[in-house]
Ligand binder design. Structure first.
Ligand SMILES: *[C@@H]1O[C@H](CO)[C@@H](O)[C@H](O)[C@H]1NC(C)=O
Ligand SMILES: *[C@@H]1O[C@H](CO)[C@@H](O)[C@H](O)[C@H]1NC(C)=O
Ligand SMILES: *[C@@H]1O[C@H](CO)[C@@H](O)[C@H](O)[C@H]1NC(C)=O
Ligand SMILES: *[C@@H]1O[C@H](CO)[C@@H](O)[C@H](O)[C@H]1NC(C)=O
Ligand SMILES: *[C@@H]1O[C@H](CO)[C@@H](O)[C@H](O)[C@H]1NC(C)=O
Ligand SMILES: *[C@@H]1O[C@H](CO)[C@@H](O)[C@H](O)[C@H]1NC(C)=O
Ligand SMILES: *[C@@H]1O[C@H](CO)[C@@H](O)[C@H](O)[C@H]1NC(C)=O
Ligand SMILES: *[C@@H]1O[C@H](CO)[C@@H](O)[C@H](O)[C@H]1NC(C)=O
Ligand SMILES: *[C@@H]1O[C@H](CO)[C@@H](O)[C@H](O)[C@H]1NC(C)=O
Length: 854
């Protein structure tokens, strides 16, 4: 075909990214990365399934993201909702991960585990959490979440673990009522960890039933009122019950004695005012805490002969009469703390437990007894710390620590917290050594690069949690790499590690790990200079095509080793022969280098508006043009063809006659844009973006929407350009285009006419007498579009709908084709008298208006 191509125009510098047809998830991971700092250096390239730390794929789709403890900061954007095959998300221990939890999370229909322990999330828990039908593990503890527990959680029929402790949640616990769901429907849940929030109201009696299979009910340290519901006695599976540190009143219901599997019972710090309940049915009760609850009457002797009982703390009550621990108290009994009661006598039969405390009772205050139970106990924290393993500790460098095996290294550290431990004697080293060895064998069986673990500084805090410092030392090297850290962190965040009996429920909060190895970034892909030019294709067949060509010249030395002609996907592809390997193109043709060279006047410098680094392998280029050629929409600039020849890569786009929207807004083209025309252009651009977001397969996120990337055709229809190409591949994250919106909106008064914006409006609009109908609604939608958090921004389909509504309200048909061409919009202002013209510096290159003038 004899095509005469001549250089006409330079338009814009392309700086966008396009979805690789190979892996549709890359677009959304890139969008997530835009909102994150400190993503792993291995997160480069276009295939997340290729050695990205923390990413696991099945059939080229991302199924698991575990990025715990890597100092990730920023927000979790709504793009997460697009990773439709995701089953596991663990972002724990990244305390600079903030913002609200996006409701787009509800789109992850395959998600099984959502683990966000110890991050900085805040705001309400989204209702959408209830639309995750596969969810079985939900751990949101140790964040700043506020608001109510969403009733929708009751729809999570597979939920096994629900941990929302250590937040600022308030309100009452939601119960189902036939129309709305509630927590009572979670009959498969084993763990309700709601402690240390601001929950209030009564514990709803309907929350519990004999259908429930709960093992741990942890409601401690809230503001719950009312009485302990009778129905609690129906949950026969209960092992740990913590209702302490609330404002519960009344008697402890007697059927609590039916809970035969209870190990640990915490009812302290309430306003209970009954007698000590009969607990002898709790055959395996080990730990009983009922301090400061208003208990009165005598302590029944039977409680001390429960076979496993080890700790009985009943201090600060109104207990009276005579204390009798019986002739045959349990031989496990260690601590009986009855201080500050009204006990006036003690029946001594055959001795008493070593740790019996009766200080501040009449028996001690009213007499001069010398019995040790009247001595104030000397409280001391245990000083336990793991000792060296038959070796002499090394003297280590700054920040290094000598491991139990006496090697200097940089351990992964944090705090291990047990919420209902059964030990009262923190000085007994046996408990720590058993914990240590069970951890080690768990790490070993999961093939984690751990040399040893050490524990130290056991303390109990005001909530009776047992806290320990934990240090995990690396094997192989003196430090962990990111994949090592995230895998170890996952063992703890996902409760894969189970501590020995007696420790009860736990959580771990990691310190920042400052010493990652493996800075060995993967070799960055070859860089090349991209030159973007526009050319017009003249000739008999193509009537008027101005094309923008992107030229990717591969220049770096690395290229020789990486992108040899041999492994190029185009190597076997001769455009004239149509052999295999040919890209699957829909309506795009190929140009030779010579053709484009001729049409661009040897790629003359006069044609350049910018240049920059690109890295794109042949396969990526092929995937890209295949994808671009499939995108067809009247509000998108079409791909005409491409050139993959002589070591160059270029894209040739359709010529759009009226240039960029910016040129018209600035008055350079002489086209006058009235309010209705502007609405129509906005609608066109929005429809183009809607197509890219919601209809293109895979979806494409533009990432650089601006007035220079919206072109106007001869009827002033908007055409979005530069979707597809992207930020440079293979570079670090410092060049990321961000989806965050910058700037502030001040001085706007929504109470006034036109929101009091007349002053800042384009004089062409505000000086005209025409009605700016719908301007307020338009500003509203625009503001929503630039909302700080992604999930508060409307979907493009909503934007399209709203602009259509505004146009209809203003009496204009959004779908009417303009019959007039641009000439009829070229008002008297053509030329130099546009009010804004001087504000724009002329950036070189020929413009349509100039061409016409010539
Ligand atoms: C169920 O509860 C919801 C929310 O608490 C309430 O709006 C609704 O009216 C209730 N329905 C019935 C039938 O009580
Ligand atoms: C639970 O306890 C109550 C009274 O305390 C008793 O009547 C009832 O039979 C017990 N239920 C079961 C299932 O043991
Ligand atoms: C306490 O409960 C046990 C078992 O449920 C029962 O055998 C015993 O009689 C009860 N004791 C009193 C004083 O009610
Ligand atoms: C113990 O307290 C109960 C209730 O407060 C009271 O009825 C009883 O008389 C007291 N017993 C003694 C020995 O003071
Ligand atoms: C035990 O440790 C805790 C936490 O470090 C501290 O608050 C408390 O004062 C210590 N108690 C004693 C007796 O040293
Ligand atoms: C320490 O704890 C272990 C296990 O809990 C127990 O068997 C042992 O008797 C305890 N030792 C002392 C001295 O209390
Ligand atoms: C990270 O460390 C593990 C074990 O030490 C090692 O097997 C793996 O290759 C390392 N990964 C990288 C990317 O260096
Ligand atoms: C931890 O994660 C694995 C998946 O990797 C899952 O099979 C397991 O059930 C999880 N553990 C818990 C306690 O949920
Ligand atoms: C963690 O991230 C913050 C902010 O992104 C940074 O200032 C800090 O240096 C990072 N710390 C480490 C240990 O990487």
């Amino acid at each position: 075909m004899d095509i005469r191509i001549k250089l006409l125009l330079v338009l814009v510098f392309i700086h966008v990214w396009l979805a690789s047809g190979q892996n549709q998830d890359i677009v959304y991971l890139q969008a997530l990365m835009d909102n994150w700092k400190n993503t792993p250096p291995s997160w480069v390239g276009s295939d997340p399934c290729d050695k990205w730390d923390g990413v696991t794929c099945t059939d080229s789709r991302v199924t698991s993201i575990t990025l715990a403890s890597i100092n990730l900061s920023g927000e979790l954007s709504g793009d997460i909702g697009q990773l439709s095959e995701l089953q596991m998300l663990d972002l724990s221990y990244n305390k600079d991960l903030t913002g609200s939890l996006t409701s787009d999370i509800g789109n992850l229909k395959k998600l099984k585990s959502l683990i966000l322990v110890g991050c900085g999330f805040n705001g309400p828990l989204p209702e959408a959490l209830g639309s995750l039908p596969e969810l079985s593990y939900l751990a949101l503890n140790f964040n700043g979440f506020t608001g109510r527990i969403p009733p929708s959680l009751g729809k999570l029929t597979k939920l096994y673990w629900l941990d929302i402790a250590d937040n600022k949640l308030s309100g009452s616990m939601p119960i189902s009522n036939g129309t709305t769901p509630g927590l009572d429907l979670l009959v498969n849940a084993k763990h309700f960890h709601f402690g240390r929030n601001q929950l209030s109201g009564e514990i709803p009696p309907n929350l519990f039933s004999s259908k429930m299979t709960l093992k741990h009910v942890l409601f401690e340290d809230n503001q719950l009122t009312g009485t302990i519901p009778l129905t609690l006695g129906l949950v026969q599976t209960l092992e740990v019950l913590r209702l302490d540190r609330n404002v519960l009143r009344g008697d402890v219901p007697s059927n609590i004695n039916n809970l035969t599997l209870i190990n640990q019972l915490f009812l302290s710090n309430n306003k209970l005012n009954g007698l000590l309940p009969n607990l002898t049915g709790m055959a395996v009760l080990n730990y009983l805490m009922m301090q400061e609850t208003g208990l009165r009457g005598e302590v029944p002797v039977e409680v001390f002969s429960i076979p496993q009982i080890e700790t009985v703390v009943l201090r600060d009550n109104q207990l009276n009469g005579t204390l009798d621990v019986g002739p045959s108290y349990s031989n496990h009994l260690q601590l009986v703390d009855m201080s500050n009661n009204k006990i006036s006598a003690f029946t001594q039969r055959s001795g008493y437990p070593a740790d019996l405390i009766l200080t501040d009772n009449p028996i001690c205050t009213n007499s001069n007894t010398r019995e040790s139970y009247c001595d104030h106990p000397t409280e001391s924290n245990s000083t336990y710390s793991t000792s060296p393993n038959n070796c002499i500790p090394e003297t280590c460098g700054l920040y290094q620590t000598s491991s139990p095996n006496c090697a200097c290294s940089y351990p992964y550290t944090g705090t291990l917290v047990f919420r209902a431990p059964s030990f009262s004697d923190l000085g007994n080293a046996t408990i720590y050594t058993s914990l240590q060895s069970s951890m080690m064998s768990s790490f070993e069986s999961h093939k984690l690069p751990v040399d040893s673990v050490s524990l130290g500084d056991p303390t109990k805090n005001a909530d009776d949690y047992l806290k320990l410092t934990l240090s995990i030392f690396p094997a192989d090297d003196d430090r962990f790499n990111r994949s090592g850290i995230t895998r170890i962190a996952f063992m703890l965040s996902n409760q894969t590690y189970k501590p020995p009996h007696g420790f009860g429920p736990y959580f771990f909060i990691a310190d920042n790990y400052d010493f990652f190895s493996g800075a060995a970034k993967r070799k960055s892909k070859s860089m090349s200079i991209g030159v973007i030019i526009g050319v017009s294709v003249g000739g008999c067949i193509l009537v008027l095509l101005l094309i923008i060509a992107g030229i990717y010249a591969y220049r770096q030395k690395e290229r020789a080793e990486r992108a040899t002609i041999k492994n190029s996907p185009f190597a076997s592809w001769d455009p004239d022969k149509g052999s295999g390997g040919r890209p699957q193109l829909k309506g795009a043709r190929s140009f030779t280098f010579e053709e484009l060279k001729a049409c661009t006047n040897n790629f003359s410098a006069a044609a350049n508006v910018g240049s920059g680094g690109y890295g794109m392998g042949g396969l990526e280029f092929k995937t890209e043009i295949e994808l671009l050629s499939r995108v067809h929409h009247k509000n998108l600039v079409s791909l005409v063809g491409f050139c993959f020849d002589a070591g160059e890569q270029m894209l040739v786009y359709e010529y759009i006659v009226n240039g960029t929207l910016k040129d018209s807004l600035s008055g350079r083209t002489g086209i006058r844009l009235d309010w209705m025309r502007r609405l129509k252009i906005t609608l066109g651009a929005a429809r183009g973006l809607q197509y890219l977001h919601e209809l293109a397969d895979p979806p494409i996120i533009h990432r650089d929407v601006k007035s220079t990337n919206i072109l106007l055709d001869e009827r002033l229809n908007a055409k979005v350009s530069d979707f597809g190409l992207s930020k440079p591949l293979g570079e670090g994250d410092q060049t990321h285009v961000t989806t965050q919106v910058k700037g502030t909106m001040e001085a706007m008064d929504t109470g006034k006419d036109l929101y009091n914006l007349r002053e800042v409006l384009d004089p062409l609009l505000s000086l005209s007498s025409e009605q700016l109908q719908g301007l307020e609604r338009f500003v509203d939608v625009a503001l929503r579009c630039v909302h700080e958090t992604g999930n508060r921004r409307p979907k493009m389909s909503e934007v399209v709908k709203e602009i259509e509504n505004i146009m209809e309200m203003a009496g204009m048909n959004p779908d009417a084709e303009s019959t007039s061409t641009s000439e009829s919009y070229e008002g008297k202002s053509k030329g130099n008298n546009h009010p804004y013209l001087n504000d724009f510096s002329y950036s070189g290159g020929l413009l349509p208006a100039d061409l016409e003038a010539k």
